[in-house]
Each structure stands twice: as C-alpha cells, then as structure tokens.
Design a protein around this ligand. Structure first.
Ligand SMILES: [Zn+2]
Length: 265
C-alpha cells in the first residue's frame, strides 16, 4: 500500500495549464492509479485565488473519491474565526484530516500566538498540523520563518500537538533530524525535493542525506512518504525510495503505516 501525504490541486503557471479543478482531480487520480498509490492527501493553500481553490471547493471536488483526503491551509493573516469554525466542523465530520501552516511563505514564525487557535483545534481532535519547512518555492519567501529549528520551540510548548515538518526542512536536513529525534510529537514528510524529475547527481546527494537522517533518528515511527505532486514527479519519487534500500518494516512504515495512523485514514 502507498499513501502520498503531500499533494496539491492548485494551478501552477509553469506546468501544463489545466484550468478546471475537476480536471486536475482526474489527473491526480490517473497519476495515482498508474503508480499504485492508494490514497493521497491534498493540501489547500493559505491563499484563495484563481490558481488556489478554497478548502470548501476542494472538499466538494473530491468528496466522491474515497482515496482522497484534505488538509486545510491556515493563514495567520487571512483566516478569520469563521474560517476556523468551518474547519472545526469539517475536522469533526472527517472531511478535513489536518491543518497546514505555510511558514516562510507567510512572514511568521510557527510558534507565534496568532497560530495557537489552529493548534488548539488540532489538539482537540487529535489531528496533525503540517508545517512548511526549508526552502521556499518563491524568492519572496523568508527563510528564517521556515527554518526547521523553529519547530522545536512549538513542539516543546505544545507536547500534545502532532506536527509534521514538510520537506524534511530541506536543505537543513540535519536540523530537521535533531528536532524529529528529540520530540516525540514531531513527524516529517519527504516531499518536494525536486521540481519535476530528480537530477541524477542531486538524487544521489539526497539519498545520502535521507539515509543519514534515518540512521540518526533510529526508530521508524516518524517518516512519511509524500511527493508534492504535481510539483515533484511521482515516478521519480518511487525510484528515489527504492534507492534508500529500506528494510521491509521501515519501508511499510514510511509508505503508509505512519500516515494511516497519524491522519486516521
Ligand atoms: Zn507542497
């Protein structure tokens, strides 16, 4: 079984233009089927505009498909208490499986008090918050907010909050591995290492870095398979995982067991 815990249905200008959300859903389902991916989590953005569908729109467009789940983007600047009330009812009825914070894209540290309401909601229902860490896709992002070490502060002050560090904090993977090792309430997803396919040389470096992280952290409870599709290519990601040469038990935890437990799939 394979669960991809990190995909998007936004419209990306540099990718082939697919204007309708419904067609993008179909494309995701077809891509999953051709890569034997059984379930995907789709992340909504912190912004809503023509390229970025709202969480409500995503729920509507995916509700017929039992193999898709939604994690709702939360913005410290744009979301109101009304939005959080909607998130609460969607988390309650299972249409939303967690929240996502876009640290770095938004110039706010993940431990700022403006996010606390969102975190309290996650704790109340036992769902995770995913947090962007590491490089930002745009030059306008601010890296001090997305550095993985910020997650330590949040994790220590909110021991009941389940936190997923997205992208292993790349390129600060060493910092990510320490935060995950030290804090039992922190997971990490390996999504978004490449735009499109992996370049051969870069893939070799990343295999070494991820192997080092696995070796350092030891137990397999924390690592989650995710691609960042359509930004990263599903095919490349599967061959990347194959190159890690994981033992069966660790591979199963990475590819689906950890995500199944964490997101209650
Ligand atoms: Zn992403």
């Amino acid at each position: 079984m394979i669960i991809d815990c990190h995909t998007h249905l936004n419209q990306y200008a540099y990718l082939k233009d697919i204007p309708s959300l419904e067609e993008r859903v179909e494309k995701l389902l077809l891509t999953m089927a051709s890569h034997n991916v059984d379930y995907s989590i789709v992340l909504s953005s912190y912004l809503v505009d023509e390229q970025r569908p709202s969480t409500a729109h995503l729920i509507e467009a995916t509700k017929r498909h039992e193999n898709l789940g939604i994690v709702a983007g939360f913005s410290i600047e744009h979301h109101t208490d009304d939005d959080l009330r909607n998130y609460r009812s969607w988390i309650k009825d299972g249409s939303v499986k967690g929240l996502k914070i876009y640290a770095g894209y938004e110039p706010h540290y993940p431990y700022e008090t403006g996010y606390q309401k969102a975190y309290d909601l996650c704790v109340e229902f036992g769902v995770p918050v995913m947090i962007h860490t590491g490089d930002t896709f745009t030059e306008k992002g601010k890296l001090k907010y997305s550095h993985p070490l910020n997650i330590d502060e949040l994790a220590v002050d909110n021991p009941e909050l389940k936190i997923v560090m997205c992208h292993l904090g790349n390129p600060w993977i060493e910092d990510c591995q320490e935060v995950v090792y030290k804090n039992e309430n922190v997971w990490a997803d390996m999504s978004g290492f490449s735009v499109g396919k992996f370049d051969h040389f870069f893939e070799r470096i990343m295999v070494e870095k991820v192997a080092e992280l696995i070796n350092y952290v030891g137990e397999p409870r924390y690592l989650l398979y995710g691609t960042d599709w359509p930004i990263s290519d599903m095919d490349s990601y599967l061959s990347f995982v194959a190159k890690l040469k994981l033992k069966r038990e660790f591979r199963d935890r990475l590819m689906y067991k950890n995500a199944k437990e964490l997101f209650k799939i």
